[in-house]
Design a protein around this ligand. Structure first.
Ligand SMILES: Nc1ncnc2c1ncn2[C@@H]1O[C@H](COP(=O)(O)OP(=O)(O)O)[C@@H](O)[C@H]1O
Ligand SMILES: [Mg+2]
Length: 290
């Protein structure tokens, strides 16, 4: 039935990548989604949040399915809009790009939306019965490589976003218990997941997983303390990491994690110490002036 098995033992977390299994302990009694495919399947009452066109319209953004002329909604022909699939469980910015409003393609299954500017944030939220009880915020670097943040600053205080996020959860996730993730640009949502930021959990501290598991299993539990955080750095490009860069990373005492799942990202570096992470970005030439 598509359940994850680990040496014949039923795993209650569903959709965990083999190389990430060590993080997902203890296991919950309930089936809990880690991938988007599992989250869609296991949450029939809340899966509508994966519809990004509905999400954009529900928060008042100017958006419509491809085929509806942006000009007919008052968007100037030379204004930039953002085109992407209405639903995409694979992530990785598939078919997502900015285009002038006059050049929106008639692409089945995609929509266009006003192009947002500002800080790119990703907020994980523990939800109990439709109420937000805990947040962990991460902010993308200003420095981009083909519009992707070169590093993510995991564990930043973004208190100004929390009232809006809590209201959004209360309005849209009635009855949901578990983790959700809300990605925003300039304080406006672009994407919601019924799972957390799996690639950042290494930096969430030792209390996070047990608290999440206790919550989904219905036990009384205090939300975990604020996460310690760190920096998650992407080395974009195909192929293998060269020896020079490998040596720089090793000298900083940071492990290299190859990324076989993203076509254009050769490795991910996770630094518990943010200063070490910033120095590493400089040494690797990932940030201007570094
Ligand atoms: N309305 C928008 N304005 C500007 N950039 C956007 C917008 N929507 C998405 N993006 C950019 O496209 C990327 C992919 O979009 P997203 O909805 O997060 O899809 P994915 O499922 O691929 O993560 C985002 O990380 C962001 O950089
Ligand atoms: Mg995204």
């Amino acid at each position: 039935m598509g359940d994850e098995t680990n040496g014949g033992v039923l795993m209650a977390f569903v959709g965990v990548l083999p190389e990430r299994r060590h993080l997902f302990q203890p296991q919950p009694m309930a089936e809990v989604a880690v991938s988007d495919a599992a989250a869609w399947r296991l949450n029939p009452n809340h899966r509508q949040v994966y519809n990004k066109l509905d999400l954009a319209l529900s928060v008042g953004l100017v958006a419509a399915p491809c085929g509806v002329d942006p000009g007919d909604l008052g968007v100037a022909a030379d204004a930039q809009v953002f085109v992407k699939p209405i639903l995409n469980l694979a992530g990785m910015s598939l078919n997502a790009r900015a285009v002038p409003a006059a050049a929106v393609p008639n692409e089945a299954g995609s929509f266009w939306c006003e192009r947002l500017r500002g800080s790119h944030t990703s907020s994980d939220c523990l939800v109990r019965e439709g109420r937000a009880v805990w947040f962990a915020h991460t902010q993308g670097s200003e420095v981009k490589d083909a519009e992707r943040s070169v590093y993510w600053d995991v564990g930043v205080a973004l208190p100004a976003l929390e009232p809006w996020l809590a209201d959004w959860v209360a309005d849209n996730l009635a009855g949901y218990t578990g983790l959700c993730n809300i990605e925003m640009i300039g304080g406006r949502p672009i994407e919601v997941h019924l799972r957390g930021s799996n690639g950042f959990f290494d930096l969430y501290g030792s209390d996070f997983l047990p608290a999440w598991v206790a919550l989904v299993d219905g036990h009384a539990v205090e939300p975990p303390p604020p996460i310690p955080g760190g920096l998650v750095i992407s080395i974009f490009g195909g192929g293998e990491l060269d020896e020079t860069r490998r040596a720089i990373i090793e000298a900083a005492g940071v492990d290299v994690h190859p990324d076989p799942h993203s076509p254009d990202r050769m490795a991910v570096l996770r630094c518990h110490d943010k200063a070490t992470g910033r120095a590493l970005c400089d040494a690797l030439g990932l940030v201007p002036g570094g």
